[in-house]
Write a protein that binds this ligand. Structure first.
Ligand SMILES: [Zn+2]
Length: 285
């Protein structure tokens, strides 16, 4: 960015010169001149107060109820732009409905006497689009201690296909599964092989992936606190953060298949004998 005359004058004051003088000096020297000055920047961030709420649906476990498996999906989206409403059917209506279906399945299982051994917290979080604020708040003020939190399974956009998978086998991107716990990664793969048969795409799990999706949804607020986490995602598309992210474009069979993978993984995490181990504690960096 080129600085205007007022700004350059102001910046050069402390060097005892101004733009005109500096340019003249530069012309005399036939190419350029350098001037050192000490500059202090002061910035006042623009802040606004937003009030929002996470929703917590708790299914108490049986013999291991102190330990909690968390399932998250953000229920906010980006709102309205003049007359245009951004419904966010994929981002993250898809994750929110998958979470509700799973919550129903777990609570029905419990009502029929087959409830989970560990507790399961279904938590639609808010203000993700404002900077992961809802999950950040929870991770700083957890209702159930994070030391007892086994894992977070986060669903954010699982209802469509991206251009890399416009045709072909059903797939889902799996991000973060192996960063903190190799067992979590293995459980998700086993659940998939046994019940769901999706192509698991780890492209965005590469530590040097330029999209940095690992840091861009709510699971990260658990991972940065040392809680193993998986982010399930089907990729961005032409309607991402646009008014065209509508329910007619959701692929229901694929959404269901992906939701089943999250369900079976959650079921195993909640019911296996041993709590999964964090064997790569530095993995969230
Ligand atoms: Zn989202």
């Amino acid at each position: 960015m080129l600085a205007g005359r007022e700004l350059t004058d102001a910046l050069l004051v402390s060097a005892g010169t101004n733009t005109k003088k500096a340019l003249r000096k530069g012309r005399k020297a036939r190419y350029s001149t350098t001037t050192s000055a000490e500059i202090t920047f002061r910035a006042t961030p623009l802040t606004s107060r937003v009030v929002s709420e996470n929703v917590l649906g708790f299914i108490e476990g049986s013999d291991k109820k102190e330990e909690v498996v968390v399932v998250t999906a953000h229920y906010d989206h980006i709102g309205k732009d003049a007359e245009e409403v951004y419904n966010g059917a994929d981002d993250d209506g898809s994750g929110t409905v998958a979470l509700l279906e799973m919550a129903e399945a777990f609570s029905r299982a419990k009502a029929e006497g087959h409830g989970p051994r560990r507790s399961v917290l279904f938590m639609p979080v808010s203000a993700e689009e404002k900077g992961l604020l809802g999950s950040e708040y929870y991770s700083e003020h957890p209702v159930f201690p994070l030391e007892h939190t086994v894992a977070d399974l986060n669903i954010d956009m699982i209802g469509r296909r991206d251009s890399a998978h416009a045709v072909g086998a059903p797939y889902v991107y799996v991000i973060g599964s192996d960063r903190l716990s190799t067992e979590l990664h293995a459980i998700n793969e086993e659940a998939n092989a046994k019940y769901v048969s999706l192509d698991l795409d780890y492209t965005f799990n590469a530590p040097d992936d330029p999209n940095r999706f690992y840091y861009r949804s709510d699971h990260y607020n658990f991972a940065r606190k040392g809680v193993p986490a998986i982010f399930y995602f089907s990729g961005v598309h032409e309607d991402y953060h646009g008014p065209g992210d509508e329910v007619e474009k959701i692929l229901p069979d694929l959404l269901e298949q992906r939701a089943r993978l999250v369900f079976y993984t959650a079921w195993e995490l909640a019911n296996r004998e041993q709590r999964i181990v964090v064997d790569r504690p530095e993995g969230s960096k």
